[in-house]
Design a protein around this ligand. Structure first.
Ligand SMILES: NC(=O)c1ccc[n+]([C@@H]2O[C@H](COP(=O)([O-])OP(=O)(O)OC[C@H]3O[C@@H](n4cnc5c(N)ncnc54)[C@H](O)[C@@H]3O)[C@@H](O)[C@H]2O)c1
Length: 274
């Protein structure tokens, strides 16, 4: 077999059964369409029936395979019902992508207990419950890859994101523990932490009179990311090409954590195009 054919096989998602929460959102829909486009059978889960319908219409129009499940990551009975239905239909789950997440931006002292619990419930408890439910089947099958969407705020921080950041640091810690406990059964777990991506969740920040420019100044590539720009890393982690990768948090941020734009400085090379 040629080298090209081997690489195609290594990175292939052909026939893989992929469960994704938050699939109807900005990042979820881009990932789901992209993964279906290279052969995955997508089991799209979300609380938005309308969003799921639009996603499945779009995947099916391109000839991809998918099914939809109304699943609330905060409700164990809803998770168990969806996972049971998926196992009944496909017999196994190869990949889990935990994407569902919310944020409410307000100062630390203004956050009510209700807000704290809602963000914790969806972003951290949700990842915990869905991973437990799916992990059991992966362990039985002696293989699987869990991909948890973290965030820039798991490592760095923006004002007004206290609880959100705490949940995302928690998601990265939980990822490490899945990797450590499940490796002996062939199950891998990694986190993918996007930087500032333009989606319905973040539109408000990019539209803000000062915050959009503030962010651009702190991103080396000087622009928000597109949801599709997370896809390559997720495909790698879902495929057999990442067979020795587990327990890590991978950043996709256009050069934000590395320090953003450079200071003004004097150098002959600044004008190299003149
Ligand atoms: N957009 C960014 O810049 C960015 C950056 C870093 C991390 N993230 C993370 O990426 C993930 C997706 O973000 P997005 O920007 O696509 O947001 P989004 O708001 O577009 O999508 C979130 C999706 O989660 C679903 N959801 C909400 N509550 C749910 C629940 N209880 N059960 C099941 N599904 C539920 C929503 O219906 C929606 O479809 C989130 O975890 C977010 O924290 C986003």
């Amino acid at each position: 077999m040629s080298e090209e054919m081997n690489l195609k096989k290594l990175f292939s998602l052909d026939g893989k059964i992929v469960v994704m929460t938050g699939a109807a959102g900005g990042i979820g829909a881009a990932l789901s369409k992209g993964m279906a486009g290279i052969g995955a059978t997508m089991c799209n889960c979300d609380v938005s029936e309308k969003g799921l319908k639009a996603l499945s219409d779009s995947i099916e129009a391109e000839g991809g395979k998918c099914s939809s499940y109304l699943l609330d990551v905060t409700k164990k009975e809803s998770i168990d019902a969806a996972v049971d239905a998926i196992i009944k239909e496909h017999g196994r789950i190869d990949v889990l992508v935990n994407v569902a997440g919310i944020n409410k931006r307000e100062g630390l002292l203004d956050v009510t207990e209700e807000t704290y619990e809602r963000i914790m419930d969806i972003n951290l408890r949700g990842v915990f419950l869905v991973s437990q439910a799916v992990g059991k089947h992966m362990i039985k099958a002696r293989k699987g890859s869990v991909i948890n969407i973290g965030s820039h705020n798991a490592t760095a921080m923006l004002g007004g994101c206290s609880v959100y950041g705490a949940t995302k640091s928690g998601v990265v810690a939980l990822t490490r523990s899945m990797a450590v406990e499940w490796a002996e059964w062939g199950v891998r777990a990694n986190a993918v932490s996007p930087g500032h991506i333009l989606t319905p969740l973040t539109q408000v920040t990019w539209d803000h009179p000062t915050r959009g420019d503030y962010l651009r100044d702190r991103i080396a590539m000087r622009r928000p990311g597109e949801p599709e720009e997370i896809l390559g890393l997720v495909v790698l982690l879902a495929s057999d090409a990442s067979s020795y990768m587990t327990g890590a948090n991978y950043v996709v941020d256009g050069g934000c954590l590395c320090g953003g734009m450079p200071w003004d400085f004097d150098s002959a090379y600044r004008n190299y195009e003149d």
